[in-house]
Write a protein that binds this ligand. Structure first.
Ligand SMILES: Cc1cc2nc3c(=O)[nH]c(=O)nc-3n(C[C@H](O)[C@H](O)[C@H](O)COP(=O)(O)OP(=O)(O)OC[C@H]3O[C@@H](n4cnc5c(N)ncnc54)[C@H](O)[C@@H]3O)c2cc1C
Length: 467
C-alpha cells in the first residue's frame, strides 16, 4: 500500500507515523523546510522560540500514552499554567476565576456586571435571544459588561471584525463555561471533572520547544523508512472517476516530480487542496472555497536583558490602544529556552494577509511590541530589542456567518473521492488544538488500515476559548 500524506504538521505526522508503524509505504510532502507546521520551534541564538504559546493537554489517556511513546516520558515536563488578561491596568486570571474578578473589579463595575447579567437573564425569559452570532451567544450567558470586557473586546481585536459577524460556533466550540453562574460555581467550588478551560496542568518538552513533538515524529518516521520530503509544495492532484490517480510536487530546485499513491491524506488548507485538483472542481465548489477566509498572525520576538518579563505562560492584551494582542514567554514553559540572565518574549499581532501589518519588518514590528510592553509596564526603555519575525498566513479560520455552507460544499465534494481524505486543523477548516490534530491524524490512519468509521467533528469538539 502506497500512502501519500500532504502536509507535515502534527496531523500529517501522526497519520504518517501510524501508517508506517503498520507497515505501509509512506511518503509525506511538506512545503516548508522543516516539519511541524504551526507547532514547530526555532532556535535563534541561545533562544528556543515557538509560534506563540503551545500547551499540550488532553483528556484521553491513550493520547498521553501516544505522546510518551513518540517523545519519551523522560523528555516531557508537567507545568502548571498561568495565563492572564491585562485589562484596566490589572491582571485577571484567564480562564476567569470568580475570586480574582471580584478582587480586581472596582465595586461600581462589579455592580453593573451583576445588574447586566440579571437583566439579560430576565429579558431572555420573555424574549429569548437567539444564538445566531458570537455576540448574542456570550451576551445572553454573561451580560453586557462581562461580555465586552472579557470576550467581545479581545475577539474583535484579534479577528478584526464585529462580533455580530462571527458565527456562534466560535463561542460554543471555545467557551466551556455555560454562563456567569456556572463560572462562579466552577471556580469557587472546583468540580472533580474540571472543564478543559480550567485544567491548569499541561505537558511541554523539556528541551527544544513544542517542536520537539514534530521532530520526534520525523525521527521515528525516518527510522521506519518513511520518506519525508521537505520544501516540496504540492503542485497538482490528478483524478479520474472519483479516484486520485497521481500527485505532483515541486522540488527545491523548481523541478516537478510525480507520485502515484494508492490513497492520499491531505492536511493542507482545504481550499488550497481543492484548487489543486485536476480536472478542476466545479465552479460553485471553487467559489465556496474562495469565500473561506483566514486570519494571519505576525509573531515578533524580542530579546530582553533581564531573567523574566512576567511569570505568565501567556498574557492576553484585549485593549485596542495596544497593537499586540498576546505575549508569551517560552522560558516559563522550559527554563532551557533561554539563558539564565536573559529571556525572549513573543508578541502576536493578528491581521489579514492584505493588511499593511502583514508586511511589517522586524524593526517595525519590534518597535510596536516594545512600545506596547513599555506602556503596560512590563518593560523599561532600553531593556528589549527585536530578535526574530515569523508569519503564519493560515492561523485562524474565520467563522463568519456563512462559513458552514461554504465549508460543507468543499467537504461534500471531497467525500466523492474514494481514496482522498482531508483532516487536521487545515484540512477541516477547524479551530482545533494539537491533541485534536494528532488524534485526527491517527484515527484516519486507523480507518484506512482497518476500515473504521471516521468522526472528525467529535474529535475536534474539545472546548477552549482563546487558544
Ligand atoms: C498562535 C497559536 C497558538 C496555539 N496554541 C495552542 C495550544 O496552546 N495548545 C494546542 O493544543 N494547540 C495550540 N494551537 C493549535 C495547534 O498549533 C494546531 O492545532 C496544530 O499544530 C495543527 O496541526 P495540523 O497538522 O492540523 O496543521 P498545520 O500545523 O497547519 O499543518 C499543515 C501543514 O501543511 C503544510 N502545507 C500547506 N500547504 C502545503 C502544500 N501546498 N504542500 C505541502 N505542504 C503544505 C504546512 O506548511 C503545514 O506544515 C495554537 C495555534 C496557534 C496558531
Amino acid at each position: 500500500m502506497q500512502a501519500l500524506v500532504l502536509g507535515g504538521g502534527l496531523a500529517g505526522l501522526a497519520c504518517a507515523y501510524e501508517l508506517a508503524k503498520a507497515g505501509a509505504a509512506v511518503t509525506l510532502l511538506e512545503k516548508e523546510a522543516q516539519a511541524g507546521g504551526m507547532a514547530h520551534s526555532m532556535r535563534v541564538g541561545p533562544f528556543t522560540l515557538d509560534h506563540g504559546p503551545h500547551r499540550f493537554h488532553t483528556r484521553d489517556p491513550r493520547l498521553w500514552a501516544h505522546l510518551e511513546e513518540v517523545v519519551g516520558a523522560e523528555n516531557l515536563a508537567s507545568r502548571d499554567r498561568l495565563s492572564r488578561i491585562y485589562l484596566r491596568r490589572r491582571f485577571f486570571h484567564y480562564p476567569l476565576v470568580a475570586t480574582n474578578v471580584l478582587r480586581n473589579l472596582p465595586p461600581h463595575v462589579l455592580g453593573r456586571a451583576l445588574f447586566d447579567y440579571l437583566a439579560i437573564r430576565l429579558r431572555n425569559r420573555f424574549r429569548p435571544i437567539p444564538d445566531d452570532c458570537f455576540e448574542n451567544w456570550v451576551l445572553k450567558r454573561f451580560g453586557a459588561t462581562l461580555y465586552r470586557m472579557f470576550f467581545g473586546m479581545y475577539t474583535e481585536k484579534a479577528w478584526g471584525m464585529s462580533c455580530r459577524e462571527i458565527s456562534a460556533d466560535w463561542a460554543s466550540q471555545r467557551i466551556t463555561l455555560l454562563n456567569l453562574a456556572d463560572t462562579i460555581k466552577k471556580t469557587l467550588f472546583r468540580p472533580k471533572e474540571a472543564p478543559r478551560t480550567l485544567v491548569s496542568e499541561f505537558r511541554y518538552p523539556r528541551e527544544g520547544g513544542v517542536g520537539t513533538i514534530a521532530d520526534s515524529y520525523a525521527r521515528h518516521l525516518a527510522r521506519m523508512g518513511a520518506k519525508i520530503l521537505l520544501g516540496t509544495p504540492v503542485d497538482a492532484i490528478f483524478h479520474k472517476e472519483g479516484r486520485v490517480t497521481g500527485v505532483t510536487y515541486r522540488e527545491a530546485g523548481g523541478e516537478i516530480r510525480a507520485l502515484r499513491p494508492d490513497f492520499v491524506v491531505s492536511t493542507i488548507p482545504l481550499p488550497r487542496m481543492i484548487e489543486r485538483l485536476d480536472p478542476a472542481a466545479p465552479a460553485e465548489v471553487l467559489g465556496a472555497m474562495g469565500r473561506l477566509r483566514y486570519i494571519g498572525i505576525v509573531f515578533v520576538y524580542l530579546e530582553v536583558g533581564k531573567p523574566q518579563v512576567s511569570p505568565d505562560h501567556w498574557v492576553y492584551l484585549p485593549e485596542k490602544h495596544l497593537t499586540i494582542h498576546r505575549i508569551s514567554e517560552f522560558k516559563n514553559f522550559s527554563e532551557r529556552a533561554a539563558p539564565p540572565d536573559r529571556t525572549a518574549v513573543c508578541a502576536e499581532i493578528t491581521c489579514k494577509f492584505e493588511d499593511p501589518i502583514w508586511n511589517l519588518s522586524l524593526e517595525e514590528a519590534g518597535a510596536l511590541a516594545i512600545r506596547d510592553l513599555e506602556t503596560i509596564g512590563l518593560l523599561k526603555p532600553g531593556q528589549a530589542k527585536p530578535l526574530h519575525l515569523t508569519k503564519l498566513r493560515y492561523a485562524y479560520p474565520v467563522y463568519d456567518l456563512h462559513y458552514r455552507e461554504n465549508l460543507r460544499a468543499g467537504l461534500d465534494y471531497v467525500k466523492g473521492f474514494a481514496n482522498l481524505q482531508t483532516t487536521g486543523r487545515q484540512g477541516l477548516y477547524r479551530y482545533n488544538n494539537m491533541d485534536h490534530s494528532i488524534a485526527m491524524g491517527r484515527k484516519i490512519a486507523r480507518s484506512l488500515l482497518q476500515g473504521e468509521e471516521m468522526d472528525h467533528h467529535k474529535i475536534a469538539a474539545g472546548h477552549e476559548y482563546f487558544g
